[in-house]
Design a protein around this ligand. Structure first.
Ligand SMILES: *Cc1c(COP(=O)(O)O)cnc(C)c1O
Length: 394
């Protein structure tokens, strides 16, 4: 009999599967289902980026255009990364501090494989992106979840991490602007994170997936802005959310040279790099970030206001998030803090899909996430249904 590896059995159930099944069942019953569940930009990739891809793939004078990206890398991409980090954050990067990736999700797991031994601990901030833990499971390491609490500004409380965890831990994953809580971090917090890494020989891995999705004039910092950060910190940047390029699978990891080397070595042995045309396109996107992101952020900011204003009118007490493509809200009282019960009832009775907090770990129970990556009219309809639904008392 053919059986699956134990590591697959150790993976947590993928929360969206349950929701997907309930969604299909509701549709079958004739419910008109609309979703605000997934964080995947609805607007297309900007034209200049698409044009760069088309031109590069059709460029017959590039004899390497079809070749393995790792053997024929495009120097324009790391160069664009360097310029972007210099211009955006005032951070200088050298060659051994940059590696091109197939998006961050892939790179997160590869870095775990490249730095963790069986029995090591990886610390994952929680609520957080599930992939940090998945990287640990694949590397036969274990996860310690460091809670992000509202009363701590959703910052990691470094003092509360037990000594035996600190001794065995090799990496700490953080993510600001944060998915799903929408929390942001200032440089002072990053400074403390770097200090913690230095004192305990723990790599601080900052997942910077939402750095460009910011509002009200807010600009989010890079952990590499902290003096000496590259001794212990590494940053994962993705073109997915910043430039509407989720399906392209392109990102990069920058900072601590050992961590970068770990990702490079795992990649060399698994993925053989990104298509050259993709790398040219990514360089283009990074070089025109100043033109692209303000326009996108105007749209998300309007949607954010629509959602938060409507929920506020229905009695929710919410602040407007300064970043990410999400709104993070508590479930109404009558659900006694069960995000799954709320999400299920909302789907079955109102035909609206939201993401239950529980999918991001026990520390996010009691909350749900709304994604702003849907057309205005879909958001409007969904929010009006949520308001009607929440005004019911049973
Ligand atoms: C979307 C997301 C990513 C992954 O993006 P890629 O498309 O794999 O680059 C990483 N971290 C967080 C927190 C995300 O929300």
């Amino acid at each position: 009999m053919i059986t699956l590896a134990e590591r697959l059995q150790k993976l947590p159930p993928y929360l969206f599967v349950d929701l997907r099944q309930k969604m299909a069942a509701a549709k079958e019953r004739g419910v008109d289902v609309i979703s605000l569940g997934i964080g995947d930009p609805d607007f297309p990739t900007p034209d200049p980026v698409v044009e760069t891809l088309c031109n590069a793939i059709q460029n017959t004078s590039d004899p390497d255009r079809h070749r393995y990206g790792c053997d024929s890398p495009v120097p324009e991409f790391p160069e664009a990364v360097r310029e972007f980090y210099q211009h955006r954050y005032g951070v200088s990067l050298s060659e051994e501090q940059i590696v091109t990736t197939l998006g961050s999700k892939d790179a997160i797991v590869k870095m775990a494989l490249g730095i963790l031994n069986p029995g090591d601990i990886g610390i994952a901030a929680s609520p957080g992106y599930p992939t940090y833990n998945i990287g640990h499971v694949f590397a036969s390491a274990t996860t310690y979840y460091a809670p992000l609490l509202r009363e701590n500004n959703f910052y990691v409380d470094f003092d509360s991490i037990p000594d035996d965890v600190k001794r065995l831990a090799k990496v700490l994953w953080i993510n600001y602007p944060n998915n799903p809580t929408t929390a942001i971090a200032d440089l002072d917090f990053f400074q403390r994170a770097v200090e913690f890494g230095r004192q305990n020989n723990i790599l601080i891995a900052h997942d910077n997936a939402y750095s460009e999705n910011t509002y009200d004039g807010y600009r989010s910092p890079s952990i590499l802005q902290v003096d000496g950060a590259d001794e212990v910190a590494v940053e994962f940047f993705s073109l997915s959310k910043a430039f509407n390029m989720t399906g392209w699978r392109l990102g990069f990891v920058v900072g601590n040279p050992t961590a970068v080397e770990a990702v490079k070595k795992v990649k060399d042995n698994i993925d053989n790099g990104s298509l050259r045309a993709l790398q040219f396109s990514g360089a283009k996107a990074l070089s025109i970030a100043d033109e692209i992101t303000p326009k996108l952020n105007v749209i998300y900011q309007k949607r954010r206001d629509m959602v938060v204003d409507a929920l506020t009118q229905s009695g929710w007490i919410l602040e407007k998030p300064k970043a990410t493509m999400y709104v993070w809200a508590p479930v109404p009282e009558r659900f006694n803090g069960s995000s799954r019960a709320f999400a299920t009832a909302l789907l079955e009775e109102a035909g609206v899909v939201v993401t239950p907090g529980l999918g991001y770990g026990q520390w996010s129970e009691g909350y749900f996430r709304i994604s702003l990556t849907y057309p205005n009219e879909v958001i409007e309809e969904a929010i009006s249904r949520i308001s009607d639904f929440s005004s019911k008392t049973t």
